[in-house]
Design a protein around this ligand. Structure first.
Ligand code: HDD
Length: 712
């Protein structure tokens, strides 16, 4: 099935072709047992008389039931809930100066990839939009073998040494005595761990930020987290950090929306990814690298091997060296997404490890976990995990072995088979480990240079905008507010005093514990304290692939609807008509619109924006439905773009939503509101201008100014 790597013609479809012989299509086929015997009746077990007992000899029943009884496998111990897609990667220019990895040399080569996005803490059936880190694992099926980049959507981690991973995960997961709460860090053991393991402080700032509730998997960054090595043909090495940069920018939900989504559509993120790919809106991520010379290892105010530290982009720029496009959904979730086995130790020549103690420990865990999850040592033979490069070695047998190795010998060295398979030289593509010089005593210890737990937490906090800081304060108040132990709450607030005293004091006030008056630790001076790249306010903004609900009924304003729909379509925004009932609506000029969702099946949390269609009759009908009015109010509270005709203004007014007009600007209203993102057709030059203004507002993602005017 595999082609010899020398003759390999790698292209975007190479993996698809490899998977093809394993796929089965039942359309038009007769039903059989697993032994291929055709089945005449699949509904009745074999009985002694039509009211009698089932017979042991019913092999058909036994086979069907036995398979069913065993069709679940253990879920991943972390990252259990996830969703994957296929795609390809192309490098922009040869990277030979830094690495000899073949897939990073030729811009014409499309290397197939499989990506699995995930949440970390929740079970397989938990909700997508919980507050959590997101996994971002990529398998590159390169001609030199598989390279797995097993990263997250945050650039740092909770712990510095893999020895602590089981402790951390035990603390995060539901508490052992009552298995609560599901997929949430808002509980005592989690915060007890964070408060008592101060190396987590930087990462907890990320986890309490909007990054932990992404709007879409298509709108998150990815990070390899660890420092890796690039090694070139000459054997020269550079330190490297890997990044994924989404072309749609980095955008998040708001917390109330995320919580409601968990009930309204627990599959929100996976549905978004699936639908985007089905619609041809292929998610794109640029591959970025930050590179440091070996002789610069000690030139920074952080240890580059410490996984709780990022490399500020302003200090070490991210060079974008290629692009990944996800363009194909899986045929079968279990076979592909669930059985995908990633491993940080899957590297190809040109990419190597460093002594980051978290990375080193991960190198053990990933194969080990698949042994129980996928039932033995042959999980590399499962179609989704097979490399495109050939496999030849003397490993044999074991549970579920598929390969039929021919010949007499399965050992090295041999003479009976010409000593084959034989080792490759470095020139033939053999992997040669980078010859880093290491020396030291055997100690259980942590380097002094890892002991600064606060300065990058400060960096992160300082780099947030006012709005983002407000969200974080609320997130801390929410999470710690659910903690039962006063002592844990107090310890955590004291810990936060080392990041920012005001932050600590505001959190303390919200959760009713003593506000610290001074930091409890001495904070390091003279370190980098600002990185604008960390704020999502500075990200790419685009209306493309956003979703808008069009609230309409019979009698909608045809001219306005046409202009708005055209503007939305041109900008790549998906519009769905939401009305009281399914069916067809007729506009003022007799044109028709198909209703996609009813006010019962839809909810504003499923959309980025709402357009309350013009037309007196339509507005009156929508205004008479309480859920429809709530729909608009909720979208407003979640800071989404709202477009309305002048006819809709009254309806919005009764719902407590007022528009800033010239009067308010002149200070003539009692409570003038800053209503950016509330687009009224009468304020536009014409219907086309209205459509364009709506699109521009949708591109803003959310209207944060409205939030500042709405709450403290
Ligand atoms: Fe891990 C899964 C990412 C630290 C042990 N990890 C897993 C997945 C991702 C990450 C994305 C899901 C892969 C998939 O979709 O199948 N893990 C990370 C990152 C880390 C990290 C970015 C820190 C930088 N992990 C980490 C440590 C250990 C593990 C320190 C243990 C020493 N991780 C595992 C695991 C998992 C896993 C238990 C569970 C399922 C699996 O591997 O296949 O082995």
């Amino acid at each position: 099935m595999n082609k010899d790597r020398e003759n390999m013609n790698m292209n975007e479809d190479s993996k698809k072709e490899q998977l093809k012989p394993f796929t089965v299509n039942d359309s038009g086929q007769k039903m059989t047992t697993n032994q291929g015997v055709r089945i005449t009746d699949d509904e009745h077990s074999l009985k002694a008389g039509d009211r009698g007992p089932t017979l042991m000899e019913d092999f058909q029943f036994r086979e069907k039931m036995t398979h069913f009884d065993h069709e679940r496998i253990p879920e991943r111990i972390v990252h259990a809930r996830g969703f994957g897609a296929h795609g390809y990667f192309q490098v922009y220019e040869p990277m030979a100066e830094f690495t000899k990895a073949k897939f990073l040399q030729d811009p014409s080569v499309k290397t197939p990839v499989f990506v699995r996005f995930s949440t970390v803490a929740g079970s397989r059936g938990s909700a997508d939009t919980v507050r959590d880190v997101r996994g971002f694992a990529t398998k590159f099926y390169t001609e030199e073998g598989n390279f797995d980049l097993v990263g997250n959507n945050m650039p740092v981690f909770f712990i510095q040494d893999a020895m602590k991973f089981p402790d951390f995960v035990h603390a995060v997961k539901p508490e052992p005595h009552h298995e609560m709460p599901q997929a949430s860090t808002a509980h005592d053991t989690h915060w007890d761990f964070i408060a008592n393991n101060t190396e987590s402080t930087h990462m907890i700032m990320w986890a309490m930020s909007d990054r932990a509730i992404p709007r879409s998997y298509r709108m998150m960054e990815g990070f390899g987290v660890h420092t890796f090595r690039f090694v070139n043909e000459k054997g020269e090495a550079h330190f490297v950090k890997f990044h994924w940069k989404p072309l749609l920018g980095v955008h998040s939900l708001v917390w109330d929306e995320a919580q409601k989504l968990a009930g309204k559509d627990p599959d929100f993120n996976r549905r978004d990814l699936w639908e985007a790919i089905e619609m041809g809106n292929y998610p794109e991520f640029e591959f970025g690298v930050q590179i440091i010379r070996e002789d610069e290892e000690f030139s920074f105010d952080f240890d580059i091997l410490d996984p709780t530290k990022l490399w500020p982009e302003e200090l070490i720029p991210v060079r974008r060296i290629g692009k990944m496009t996800l363009n194909r959904n899986v045929d079968n979730f279990f076979a592909e997404t669930e059985q995908a086995a990633f491993h940080i130790g899957h590297v190809v020549p040109g990419i190597d490890f460093t002594n980051d103690p978290l990375l080193q420990g991960r190198l053990f865990s990933y194969t080990d976990t698949q042994l129980s999850r996928l039932g033995g040592p042959n999980f590399h033979e499962i179609p989704i995990n097979r490399p495109l490069a050939d496999i030849h070695n003397n490993q044999r047998d074991g549970m579920h072995r598929m390969t039929i190795n021919q010949g007499q010998t399965s050992y090295h060295k041999n003479s009976l088979n010409n000593n084959d398979p034989h080792e490759a030289t470095e020139q033939e593509g053999g992997f040669v480990h980078y010859q880093e010089k290491v020396e030291g005593r055997k100690v259980r210890a942590r380097s002094e240079s890892f002991k600064d737990h606060y300065s990058q937490a400060v960096l992160f906090w300082n780099s947030m905008s006012d709005v983002e800081q407000k969200h974080m304060i609320k997130a801390f108040r929410f999470e710690l507010g659910k903690v039962q132990s006063k002592s844990v709450q107090q310890q955590m607030v004291n810990n936060l005093s080392n990041v920012d005293l005001q932050l600590a004091q505001q959190v303390a006030q919200g959760i009713g514990v003593e506000a610290p008056q001074a930091p409890t630790e001495e904070v390091r001076q003279g370190v980098t304290l600002l990185s604008p790249a960390l704020s999502q306010m500075n990200t790419v903004k685009s209306p493309a692939t956003r979703k808008i609900a069009v609230l309409a009924a019979n009698g909608f304003d045809s001219a306005e609807m046409k202009a708005v729909m055209t503007a939305l379509q041109t900008a790549g925004v998906t519009a769905e008509i939401v009305s009281e009932n399914l069916g067809i609506l007729t506009g003022t000029e007799g044109d028709q619109q198909q209703v996609k969702q009813t006010i019962l099946t839809a909810d504003s949390v499923l959309y980025d924006a709402v357009y309350l269609a013009g037309g007196k009759e339509s507005i009156a009908q929508i205004g008479s439905i309480r859920e429809a009015v709530n729909f608009v109010v909720q979208a407003y509270n979640h800071l989404k773009t709202i477009g309305t005709s002048a006819d809709g203004l009254e309806l919005l007014g009764t719902a407590g939503i007022h528009v800033t007009g010239p009067e308010a600007a002149a200070g003539n209203l009692e409570e003038p509101l800053v209503d950016t993102g509330l687009i009224v057709s009468s304020d536009a030059a014409d219907v086309n201008d209205f459509g364009q203004k709506l699109v521009d507002a949708i591109a803003m993602h959310r209207h944060w100014g409205r939030e500042l005017s709405m709450s403290k």
